[in-house]
Write a new protein. Structure first.
Length: 498
C-alpha cells in the first residue's frame, strides 16, 4: 500500500518519533586500517590499493596503531568505557565495492561502549546515549553510469574504485533517542553538528561531509503517541549534511505517518535520501545482525589497550564541548539567548575561527548569523559549506574597522564573495564600494542637501537640532551610501553651527 506524506504537525500530533543515529567517521591516518596504502582523497581510481585491501589470497592484514589511538580518543571524548580487550570480526555480505566480500569490523566486542553526549536545542539540554564506537574499514565506491539518477536502476554499467576500501572508519552508534516529538529532527542535526566539532577538536578526521568522511545513517520509527511499543524502523543511508539530517528525518516522519494512517505497514529497509527533491526512496530490505554471519577475524590478533596508554590518551583530550561553550560565552559576553542562537545556527566554530583572526565576537556573530546565515538558508547550504570562510569575514571586518567600508557596503562585498566575484578588494573596485573619505565631495553633498531642504534648515536654526537627521539622510542618499554617517554629521553640524 502506498501513501503520500502528511503535514509534519499532523504526524507529530498522532505519533512519537523514535530515532537511532549511526555516524561513520573516516579517520585522517596516512595509511589504511590494515595495510600501508595511502588514504589521499581524489587520487586516480584504483591507484591506492594492494593485495591486502583488495583481499587477494595469502595477504595478511596488520592493525593501524594510529587508527586504534583515534578510536580510543573518540570513545573517551564521548564518555565511553574503553575495552581492556576487544577484537575484530568479519561482516559477510556481497556487494561489488567490497573486494573481500566481507568487511573487517567489530561486532559484539567494540573498543568503546556505554557513553553519552549532550546537545542544546532551543535552550534545552538533551542527553544522547552512546551504544558503541567501533573500528572498521570503509568500502570502495561504485559509480553507476548511463542512467538519469546516478543510481544502479537504469544504469548501463557500473565502475568500481577501490581506493577507499580499507580506509579506517569509526562507527558511532547511539542508543534509542526519544525526545519531545517536535524537537526530534533538530536534536539529530545538533548531535551530528556537535560531533563534527568534537572530531575536529580531536584532530582525528577532516570530517568533510562533502567528501564522505562524515556520513550519517538515520534510523526512524513511529509509535502512536502515549504508547511504548516501538514501530518498525527504516534506515536512511549516507546523509551528508547537517541540514539534510534534519530534512531526511522530518520527511521519514511524514512518510511513515501517511503509510500508517492509510492502514499500511512500514517495511524494515534501507532508504536513499535525495537532496534535490527532499524525499527518500526504497533501497533494499534491511538485514539483521544474524544475516551478516559475523565471526571473529582469524587473521588479526585481539586489541588490548593498556590502561596506562588509555590514560595517556585521555590527558591529550581537548576541553569538553559543554565546558568550552560556557567559557566562550563568558569570554564573548554573549547573553544566554545570543549563545543559543549561535549554537542553533551552527555558527559556533565559524565564530571561533573568525575571532582567532582578530575580529570581535560581536562583529563575527553579526556576519555569520546575519548575511551569511540568510544566504545559507536561502540556498539550502550549511554555513561551513559556503564559499566564504573566516578569513574573508575577517578581511571584510578589517575594512569596516579601518573606515574603508560601512556595514551597508560590507553587505554588498559579501554578496560579491558569495557570487564568486573575487577577493574583497577586487569586489570593492569592481562595484565601486569604498567609502568617500575626502571632505570635498561630502561638503558638496551637504550643500546640495541644505539647498534642497530649506524647511529642515529653518527647523534646525529655530532650535530643533534633531531635525538635522533628515539632512544626513539626504546626504547619504546623494552619496549612494558611500559616506561615513558620523563624518557627515560632524561636517553638517559645523556647517550649521550646531
Amino acid at each position: 500500500m502506498t501513501a503520500d506524506v502528511v503535514a509534519i504537525d499532523d504526524a507529530l500530533a498522532q505519533y512519537d518519533p523514535v530515532m537511532g543515529l549511526e555516524v561513520h567517521v573516516e579517520l585522517n591516518t596516512k595509511s589504511k586500517m590494515f595495510c600501508g596504502c595511502p588514504t589521499e582523497f581524489g587520487a586516480p581510481p584504483n591507484t591506492q590499493t594492494c593485495p591486502v585491501c583488495l583481499g587477494l589470497p595469502g595477504a595478511l592484514p596488520v592493525v593501524n596503531r594510529r587508527g586504534v589511538e583515534s578510536a580510543i580518543k573518540i570513545g573517551l571524548a564521548l564518555n565511553c568505557e574503553i575495552a581492556e580487550w576487544c577484537r575484530f570480526a568479519r561482516k559477510n555480505y556481497f556487494y561489488p565495492d567490497m573486494p573481500k566480500n566481507f568487511q573487517t569490523s567489530q561486532y559484539d566486542e567494540p573498543i568503546a561502549f556505554n557513553g553519552w553526549s549532550e546537545v542544546i536545542v532551543d535552550g534545552e539540554t538533551y542527553r544522547i546515549e552512546i551504544e558503541r564506537a567501533h573500528m572498521e574499514e570503509d568500502t570502495g565506491k561504485s559509480t553507476h553510469v548511463g542512467g538519469a539518477t546516478g543510481r544502479i536502476q537504469g544504469a548501463s554499467h557500473s565502475l568500481v574504485d577501490y581506493n577507499r576500501a580499507g580506509i579506517p572508519l569509526i562507527e558511532i552508534v547511539t542508543k534509542t533517542i526519544e525526545v519531545p516529538p517536535a524537537k526530534a529532527a533538530a536534536v539529530a542535526r545538533a548531535f551530528v553538528s556537535q560531533l563534527r566539532d568534537l572530531l575536529l577538536a580531536l584532530d582525528v578526521s577532516d570530517v568533510r561531509m562533502d567528501q564522505g568522511s562524515l556520513r550519517c545513517d538515520a534510523n526512524v520509527s513511529l509509535k502512536p503517541s502515549g504508547t511504548t511499543v516501538l514501530g518498525t524502523r527504516t534506515e536512511t543511508k549516507n546523509v551528508n549534511s547537517f541540514r539534510s539530517v534534519e530534512r531526511a528525518i522530518t520527511y521519514e516522519i511524514t512518510r511513515q505517518a501517511a503509510v500508517l494512517n492509510a492502514g499500511g505497514k512500514i517495511l524494515q529497509e534501507t532508504r536513499h535520501w535525495h537532496e534535490d527533491t527532499g524525499i527518500t526512496t526504497s533501497g533494499r530490505e534491511k538485514s539483521d545482525a544474524d544475516d551478516y554471519r559475523y565471526f571473529p577475524e582469524p587473521d588479526l590478533v585481539p586489541v588490548a589497550p593498556s590502561r596506562e596508554w588509555v590514560e595517556e590518551i585521555r590527558a591529550t583530550l581537548p576541553e569538553a564541548p559543554s565546558l568550552r561553550r560556557v567559557r566562550l560565552q563568558e569570554d564573548w559576553g554573549f547573553t544566554d539567548l545570543e549563545m543559543r542562537d549561535v549554537i542553533n545556527g551552527n555558527a559556533l566554530e565559524p565564530i571561533v575561527a573568525t575571532t582567532s583572526l582578530g575580529v570581535s565576537a560581536a562583529a563575527a556573530k553579526k556576519w555569520w548569523l546575519g548575511e551569511l546565515a540568510r544566504f545559507a538558508n536561502e540556498s539550502g547550504t550549511d554555513l561551513d559549506a559556503l564559499p566564504v570562510g573566516p578569513a574573508e569575514v575577517a578581511e571584510v571586518q578589517k575594512l569596516v574597522d579601518e573606515g574603508t567600508l560601512n556595514d551597508k557596503l560590507a553587505r554588498q562585498v559579501f554578496e560579491g564573495l558569495l557570487a564568486g566575484e573575487g577577493t574583497p578588494a577586487e569586489i570593492m573596485e569592481k562595484r565601486g564600494l569604498a567609502l568617500v573619505s575626502d571632505d570635498g565631495p561630502l561638503l558638496e553633498a551637504i550643500d546640495r542637501a541644505i539647498a534642497a531642504n530649506p524647511g529642515v534648515v529653518e527647523k534646525v536654526n529655530s532650535g530643533k537640532p534633531a531635525a538635522a537627521g533628515a539632512l544626513i539622510g539626504a546626504v547619504m542618499k546623494d552619496m549612494r551610501g558611500q559616506a561615513d554617517a558620523a563624518k557627515v554629521r560632524e561636517l553638517l553640524n559645523a556647517k550649521l553651527g550646531i
